[in-house]
Design a protein around this ligand. Structure first.
Ligand SMILES: *[C@@H]1O[C@H](CO)[C@@H](O)[C@H](O)[C@H]1NC(C)=O
Ligand SMILES: *[C@@H]1O[C@H](CO)[C@@H](O)[C@H](O)[C@H]1NC(C)=O
Ligand SMILES: *[C@@H]1O[C@H](CO)[C@@H](O)[C@H](O)[C@H]1NC(C)=O
Ligand SMILES: *[C@@H]1O[C@H](CO)[C@@H](O)[C@H](O)[C@H]1NC(C)=O
Ligand SMILES: *[C@@H]1O[C@H](CO)[C@@H](O)[C@H](O)[C@H]1NC(C)=O
Length: 303
């Protein structure tokens, strides 16, 4: 062996300590993540010479471990039992990475990997720390407008989004000019649900404004993701105006268009009927109140 003197071993260990890397890993809830812990040089290891520990930094929580000759097993923390695995084949090649299945929000911890060799008087040959960040996608925010009584001087919007991680930031937006609304107008309630994920309800109260459009933006800082739900309200309607309605002014124009269209339709139907009757030589002159129709009928009658 190269390492005959303790001095040389110390030198090697301090060198390693300087090289100890801290890594950051991100995983989605429910996924499987690999926390890397790899011996820097090409190497081949004898499994009977290795002691490998994965634990939570700053606590004595054991995630999983490997001991030579399978001497004693079963001291893993229950939280990690059957979810944390080492690969014996990879370890022979110096890869002590941990595979962690079915990631939960509670796994957002710093993990510590320690590798010792029996042949080096149980000298530590590798130490690595991996920070696991856990994320879950928030649901698309849904805005509801409680059917406000028409005399209410305030508009109240409620925005809901569920099953996200980590804790969200909620912003309300004035959709008219895309400007952010004052944070003081909103009241957020963030709660942890039974799955350990966050649900958020944000209530916005603003002075009544006609045709007010707002957006509710839920930010997941870890995923660099902003999800925005949109709403619009009408003062008169008692419906739960969650999805956009056409604004009043436009609706009035629409009504006029519809009226004209209907009127034109009615006239053309009458004309068609009269033409038809004209072809049968206008036998039914007693058709009421349609002077124009009579004219057309007479014209076709002449031709
Ligand atoms: C370790 O020993 C247990 C029983 O004590 C056995 O079930 C298991 O397969 C062994 N594992 C290895 C890697 O040899
Ligand atoms: C998160 O959700 C949004 C919309 O619901 C979707 O577009 C996006 O792909 C999702 N991202 C992940 C990582 O699941
Ligand atoms: C939203 O923006 C419009 C246009 O800038 C402005 O007139 C209105 O007062 C704003 N509403 C609120 C509640 O800030
Ligand atoms: C926010 O809502 C909670 C629960 O409805 C209430 O207890 C609290 O007083 C509200 N805070 C503000 C500033 O309106
Ligand atoms: C999300 O919105 C916030 C507030 O408007 C902004 O600071 C942030 O940069 C946005 N993030 C992304 C990814 O768009």
């Amino acid at each position: 062996m190269l390492l005959r003197s303790p001095g040389l071993l110390l030198l090697l260990l301090s060198g390693l300590r300087a090289a100890t890397q801290e890594k950051e890993v991100r995983a989605m809830v429910g996924s499987t993540v690999e926390l890397k812990c790899i011996y820097p040089e090409e190497n081949s290891f004898d499994l009977n010479d290795l002691y490998v520990y994965w634990q939570i930094s700053g606590s004595n929580t054991v995630v999983t471990y490997y001991l030579p000759k399978n001497s004693s097993a079963g001291h893993e923390n229950n939280h990690y039992k059957n979810r944390a695995h080492l690969s014996l084949d990879s370890m022979k090649q110096g890869d002590f990475s941990l595979s962690l299945q079915n990631v939960t929000p509670q796994d957002a911890q710093k993990f510590n990997c320690l590798v010792f060799r029996e042949s080096l008087q149980l000298g530590k040959i590798l130490e690595m720390e991996v920070s696991l960040h856990v994320a879950a996608n928030y649901s698309l925010p849904v805005i509801s407008t409680p059917s406000s009584e028409s005399r209410d001087p305030e508009l109240t919007f409620t925005c809901r989004s569920t099953n996200g991680y980590p804790r969200p930031n909620v912003y309300w937006i004035n959709e008219t000019d895309n400007s952010p609304l004052d944070k003081a107008l909103q009241n957020d309630t963030v709660s942890l649900n039974s799955q350990g994920l966050y649900d958020v309800v944000s209530i916005l109260r603003i002075p009544w404004t006609p045709n007010m459009n707002v957006g509710c933006c839920v930010e997941n800082v870890l995923l660099h993701q902003n999800l925005t739900g949109r709403s619009q309200t009408e003062r008169s309607s008692g419906t739960e105006g969650r999805i956009t309605e056409t604004p009043d002014s436009l609706q009035k124009e629409d009504n006029v268009v519809i009226f004209i269209t209907l009127a034109l339709l009615l006239v053309s139907v009458i004309v068609a009927v009269v033409i038809y009757m004209g072809k049968s030589k206008c036998p039914h002159r007693n058709y009421t109140g349609a002077q124009a129709a009579t004219v057309v009928c007479e014209l076709t009658g002449r031709g």
